[in-house]
Design a protein around this ligand. Sequence first.
Ligand SMILES: NC(=O)c1ccc[n+]([C@@H]2O[C@H](COP(=O)([O-])OP(=O)(O)OC[C@H]3O[C@@H](n4cnc5c(N)ncnc54)[C@H](O)[C@@H]3O)[C@@H](O)[C@H]2O)c1
Length: 273
Amino acid sequence: MGRLMGLIINPISLSPYLLISGSNDMNFTGQVAIITGAASGMGAATARELAAAGGQVVIVDRNESLARQVAGDIDAGEPIIGDVSDSAFCNRAVEATLARHGRLDVLVNAAGVIVRASGEQTTDEQWQRIIGVNLNGVFFMCRAAIPAMKRQGKGAIVNFGSIWGDVGAAGVAAYCATKGGVHLLTKAMALDHATDGIRINAVCPGEVNTPMLQSERHEPVTPEMMQKIADTVPMGRLAEPVEIARVVLFLASDAASYMTGSLVAVDAGYTAR
Ligand SMILES: NC(=O)c1ccc[n+]([C@@H]2O[C@H](COP(=O)([O-])OP(=O)(O)OC[C@H]3O[C@@H](n4cnc5c(N)ncnc54)[C@H](O)[C@@H]3O)[C@@H](O)[C@H]2O)c1
């Protein structure tokens, strides 16, 4: 919590409120955070940043070896291994966290997959798989986490959207559909819980240098190909995962106390055009 600065009268509502200094608002000491997809990329970067800010991280991922590696690095305890497209697994992950730590303050939904195909070329299996992980998984985790946050009267959820949930792109139709779904799910659930003390926002990254950026491509990944992608970005470069993680931490923290239902682009100007 931040330092108390004084009692102010709000001229709009005429009710007094406490103005809090922002100096310590991004300290997560005493807070418990579940991070899905924390074994790699931006989820892993978020786990490392949150742990460095004092938070107790619970890693949820389907990749056991990578999850154990990150968990070991940040002293996160036993990672919870499974598939977020399974609602029963999501319920179990939250139950295990509560049994272990007795509370849940933050949920970051970073687990995700990509399918690189036009709508016409997308198979039933690809469609169901990506909807299952990217959209159902986010919904199942949010739904599982909310009762505990409600009981506490406080909680913050940060979902991973994307520039491709805002603007379309050729060759990734199903992915765009899932991220557009995450954006509206974020807004709708933020409204559901606006008076419960639970804030729900989404971070919407642009082109980020993670394994996903290179995965599922139809041609070998070369430095020239990565440069071509960077050239599509107004700032002319890819993001590093930590540049997104820092924004996730802000949204999850008390520093963002007046934000809910926001879609925050971290895309070096990509969607500003
Ligand atoms: N890389 C980008 O350029 C980019 C841009 C915008 C949005 N995103 C989104 O950011 C999020 C993080 O992506 P990243 O680039 O760090 O990817 P990444 O591939 O590095 O990490 C994704 C993690 O999710 C885990 N995961 C995948 N399916 C899972 C499942 N069913 N259950 C549990 N865990 C699962 C993977 O094991 C992996 O550890 C994703 O939601 C992605 O769609 C990525």
